[in-house]
Design a protein around this ligand. Structure first.
Ligand code: GLN
Length: 277
């Protein structure tokens, strides 16, 4: 069967999904090892029986709702190819905003960064890749996530980042950082969005927090001052309706210069603040 025939059949099979066109291209690229532009240019190429067998198994799994990143084992974030696993959230494009805001607030000359709830390591790795002079630490309470983030650092040959297990600040000790960044769980457990699409498959511990999604943001904000250098920054990704509350939480812990930024969809997504000197 030619690529173009297979593509048409697979599209029909995945038409009820969220992004059938993209899914089909990503799966084709994964199985053939060819780029997406090659697959478009040479779509009269005949697929081998092994490729067809692999592809049909993957399409069946996608049709039952499994995230594409799990089928390929990878997701790109900040142009870095990252391994993903069932232990963590799949990195989202919106989270690149958190990286942008962090980079904009990192001073020159060897700053230190702590990424709380690092998951795949996405945010820590992106910052480390942009700032070789920074020392970046990523922590996660799930051992499997720590191992995954370490694998990602190794594959990307990033030497200025390290990962270890810690439940928020529990294993941080005496260290103090220039900047603390976190994409914590922030979804309200009653949010109906949790029963739709790809999030259904992701670990609930990475998504849901008590107190209408704010419990972890509160916990981190209450303790962050003990782990920041004077004038250090704390920043969170949060839900699009949580900005005002997150700003109030930060102010209540005596942070100053409290600001919110919008993601590419125009929704409030990142709030950050400075520890007063
Ligand atoms: N933005 C993610 C979603 O809506 C949630 C990420 C998180 O809870 N940290 O699926």
């Amino acid at each position: 069967m030619e690529i173009r025939q297979w593509r048409r059949a697979a599209l029909a099979q995945l038409s009820a999904g969220e992004s059938p066109k993209r899914d089909v291209e990503v799966l084709l690229a994964h199985v053939t090892g060819k780029s997406r532009s090659w697959l478009i240019a040479f779509d009269e190429t005949v697929l081998t029986p092994e490729q067809l067998e692999q592809l049909s198994a993957l399409v069946a799994r996608r049709a039952s709702g499994e995230p594409v990143a799990w089928l390929t084992g990878e997701r790109e974030f900040w142009s870095l190819p990252l391994l993903v696993s069932r232990d963590t959230l799949i990195p989202r494009p919106d989270t690149e905003l958190l990286v942008e805001v962090a980079l904009a607030h990192l001073p020159q000359n060897g700053p230190t960064v702590l990424d709380l709830g690092t998951g795949t390591g996405a945010v820590a790795l992106a910052i480390a890749s942009e700032r070789p002079d920074a020392q970046v630490t990523g922590v996660d309470c799930i051992a499997g996530a720590v191992g995954l983030a370490q694998n990602n650092a190794q594959r990307l040959a990033l030497a200025n980042v390290r990962f270890f297990q810690s439940d928020w600040f529990s294993a941080i000790g005496e260290a103090r950082y220039t900047l603390i960044v976190s994409n914590p769980p922030y979804i309200d457990e009653a949010d109906e969005h949790l029963c739709q699409g790809d999030v259904r498959f992701e670990p609930i511990s990475a998504l849901v927090a008590g107190d209408h999604g704010l419990a972890d943001i509160k916990k981190i904000s209450a303790r962050a001052a003990d782990y920041l250098l004077p004038g250090g920054w704390l920043m969170f990704e949060h839900g699009w309706q949580q900005a005002e509350q997150v700003r109030a939480i930060l102010r209540s812990h005596h942070f100053v210069q409290v600001e919110t930024c919008q993601d590419y969809g125009g929704n409030d997504r990142v709030t950050f603040a400075q520890l007063s000197e």
